[in-house]
Structure formats: C-alpha cells, structure tokens
Design a protein around this ligand. Structure first.
Ligand code: PMM
Length: 278
C-alpha cells in the first residue's frame, strides 16, 4: 500500500461504473464479464488503480440499496484483485466499503466524504484503508439546488476542513486521507472552473488532492452543442496534464489512454518526470 501513500507522483485512476445509469458509461458495464474486461483494459491503458462503483451519483439519480450495489461490484472487484490490479471503491455505504476492502480494495472513495453514512469513517478507521474524502452537500436528487456559495473555493475549503476533522476524530489517520473538491457535486459550471483555477488554496490544507473532472457537464460548455461524451476526453486530458504541473496527487478519468498520452507529452517537453506509482 505504501506505493500510493501521499507525496508520491500523480496517480491515474480509471473509472469503472457498474451501473445502468451513470452519466457517461451507464449500462455499458452492468454485465460482470463486460465490467471485468473494461477494468483490465483500463489497467492495460496505464491506470494505476481502477475505481469501481455500483451506484450512480449523477444529478437526479435515485439511491440503490447496498445489497444491489454489492451484487454489482463485488464479483468485479474480486476478479480484478485476483489479477493484481489495484482498486478503489466508489461507495457511500459503509457495509459496501467493508466488503470491498475484504475483496481487495485499498482506497474507499466516498463522494459524500463520510456524510451519507455515519458508519463510513469508522469502517475506514477499522480497516486501515485509505480514505478519499470529497466535498459534498446533498444526495443527487437535491444537489443541484445546493450550489449556493459566497466564495466557492473558500467555502469548499472550509467544509472539507470541517469534514476532515470529523473523519480524523472517528479514528482515520490523517496520512491515510486524500481530499477531493468534488467537481460537479453541488457545483454550477463556473464553480468548477473557479476551483480548478485556485487549487493552491485547497493544497494549502496540506493533504494530497485528487481531481475528478472527467467528462463532466462543465466541460461541455467548451464544446459544440452536438458534442459527444467522448469529445469531453480532450479537455479532460488537457486538464490532467495541467494538474500534473500543479502537483496534484491524482486524477480520476474515464479515458485513461488520453490522460496517459497527455502526461507523455508533458514528459517529452522536459517537465519534471512523473514516474508512475509501482
Ligand atoms: N465523480 C463521480 C463519481 N465519483 N469520486 C471522486 N472521488 N471524485 C469525483 O469527482 C467523482 C467520484 C461522478 O462521475 P462518474 O459518474 O463519471 O463516475
């Protein structure tokens, strides 16, 4: 586990949503065999770690129960883990997080930052998994109405610091926590751009940052109205390269190949090299 501890080079997390309704890949990998095959492809494309989720958090999405969530993801996690592929789980349910760690997961990626399930921080503490703590205000059915900020960066920072304290108080070691501003979660388009342009204010908290910009709605504002989801991979990859320059710990992306190429371009330009985590 030490290879992905904070302070290491930028990590590329590949996204695998085993859901019928995720905004960009919903329904494509609901079948276990298709999901496992895609996970293997992402790893071959250069993902350091695959983030597997069984519940969509797209705006408006309804919750699924943790039993169904686990039915979707556990066989996929077990198969990828048996291949030696490193894993995180994208879940807001503590029992799913625990079962996923048992299946070989190293990072609990809770987009609610421990707010949705009061047991989550305790499970993170007990299992010793790393905890990816995102800024979050409300579930998908109401998050769009919660995007009111005085100053989005200061407010997100303050709320992250507050939740960080709560998670630490539950016993999660600070050195096992990674922060994420939660792009698209209770954020209007311009909020996401402001966060990306002022990441140093979040880095000053002193913990590693992971950014999930991939294919999100705000990138669509750069593109023609008839642009496809895949068209958002270009701005996503550009952002990945710029984030590497900014010293960001990791990115969560759908198109791993595009981000890997962007990082290679950076390297050819002589920017400080980014050896991949082992
Ligand atoms: N975004 C989504 C899901 N999980 N996890 C983290 N840590 N950060 C994110 O920005 C994030 C996430 C929504 O995107 P998806 O439906 O494409 O997975």
């Amino acid at each position: 586990m030490t290879e992905i501890l904070p302070g290491r080079p930028m990590l590329v997390m590949g996204i695998l949503n085993v859901t019928p309704n995720s905004f960009s890949d919903g329904g494509r990998y609901l079948d276990h065999a298709a999901a496992i095959a895609h996970g293997r492809r992402l790893a071959a494309d250069g993902a350091d770690l695959i983030d597997v989720g069984g519940e969509s958090t797209r705006p408006g999405a309804e919750r699924v129960g943790s039993a169904e969530e686990q039915r979707r993801i556990l066989p996929v996690l077990r198969a990828l883990s048996a291949d030696g592929i490193r894993l995180s789980v994208d879940t807001m349910n503590a029992d799913t997080a625990r079962a996923s760690v048992d299946a070989g997961v190293e990072i609990i990626n809770d987009v609610s930052g421990g707010l949705a399930d009061p047991q989550m921080a305790l499970v993170a503490a007990e299992t010793g998994a790393m905890f990816l703590l995102s800024h979050w205000r409300a579930h998908s059915t109401e998050m769009d109405s919660r995007s009111n900020y005085d100053d989005v960066v200061s407010d997100v920072r303050a709320e992250l610091v507050r939740q960080l304290a709560a998670v630490e108080a539950a016993g999660v070691a600070r050195e096992r926590i990674i922060l994420d501003p939660g792009l698209g979660f209770a954020k209007a388009s311009d909020h996401n751009w402001q966060i990306l342009s002022r990441l140093d204010e979040l880095q000053s908290i002193g913990l590693p940052l992971l950014i999930g910009a991939s294919r999100k709605r705000f990138l669509g504002t750069l593109l023609d109205g008839d642009a496809t989801m895949a068209d958002r991979d270009l701005p996503t990859a550009v952002i990945s390269a710029l984030l590497a320059d900014a010293g960001i710990w990791g990115v969560r992306v759908h198109n791993v190949r595009a981000t890997a190429v962007a990082l290679d371009v950076r390297k050819r330009l002589g920017r400080p090299s980014l050896p991949r985590p082992a």
